[in-house]
Design a protein around this ligand. Sequence first.
Ligand SMILES: [Zn+2]
Length: 118
Amino acid sequence: MTKEELIANQKRAGRLLWWLLGIMFLIMIGLAHLIHATGAAHRDLAFRIALFVIIAAIFGGIFWIGKKTDVRCPACKKSVQGGIYAPLAIATGKCGHCGATLFDEPPTPETTSAARPA
Ligand SMILES: [Zn+2]
């Protein structure tokens, strides 16, 4: 994996999240119409079903995006995608869990000067 791949993956996760929000918005409008169309006797039930659908879609969607864009550390196999771990990995090139080097790219002047004895 290279740094560019992780950044591209990060952007993809963000795009998918916006898609999820857009789809959620449409689902909510649809459900609101459905609740409105339901007779007064069943409105409470329709509302509960709508709430369940929305919560299931949010959790399912986020879980699906997490699975789709998951990147794992080759050393400890933990995910470096999501939370603080993605920016940390992009900034340092190291796994936020175990510190292993993540990217297979040539060493930059920064890393070589840091390794050189003073
Ligand atoms: Zn690791």
